[in-house]
Design a protein around this ligand. Sequence first.
Ligand code: BGC
Length: 248
Amino acid sequence: MSGHFLGIDVGGSSIKYGVVDVASGALIGELAAVPTPSPAVPEALTGAVAAIVAGTHTDMPVGVALPSVVRHGTIFTAANLDASLIGFAMEPALRRLTGRTLVCLNDADAAGLAEMRFGAGRGQGGVVLMLTFGTGIGSALFMDGHLVPNTELGHLLLRGADAEHWASARVRAEQGLDWQAWALRVTEYLDRIHSLFWPELLVLGGGVSEEFTHFGPLLRARSAVKPAMLGAAAGVVGAALAVAEVRR
Ligand code: BGC
């Protein structure tokens, strides 16, 4: 796989984007960002993505990662975006608006594709689970490098509520949890995950993975745990990989 593709990663508060060399996973230039429109309703969000695409001044294909279940280009969930997106056919709308070859996928799935190809999951067979800790908790499940899309393990019930309402990086910041207190919560979550999936490797991503040295040694997990390696760019790199894959 080779060439340059535009990756866009829509988050609850910002939309990150960059041009990716899919042979190496490297960004060509800066990882840029604009605020996510609020409320993130279909027209505002498609407009913001189309403006980014127009700004690249080429006919480069585009991958768009979204914090949602995305099947056949349609959005099925919107836990951290506006609920009016549910049922919206995002991919055809963006193709029409931009005139580009374009695919949409879940953000954690995108980050996982990037980590499996270039980062912490590289060369790892068997069951690998990537978890992203940010506004929510995202998950990407791989079997021998093949993605099982749209696992939503941030919504696993833990203590009677969605796990992401108890152990996401946002909750850590909002509740002022120290690393020890947060690591206890993550350990309990990983334990649940382990009982259900028995992964050989857990890759922990999201912005907080850059602080792995603070919380990693405090975690107790029954499988190998590695921090993600691509940091904040993982979703952008993975979105570009996803569209490069359909272009092959
Ligand atoms: C969403 C997932 C997403 C994750 C990380 C969750 O709230 O349901 O689709 O991958 O947040 O953004």
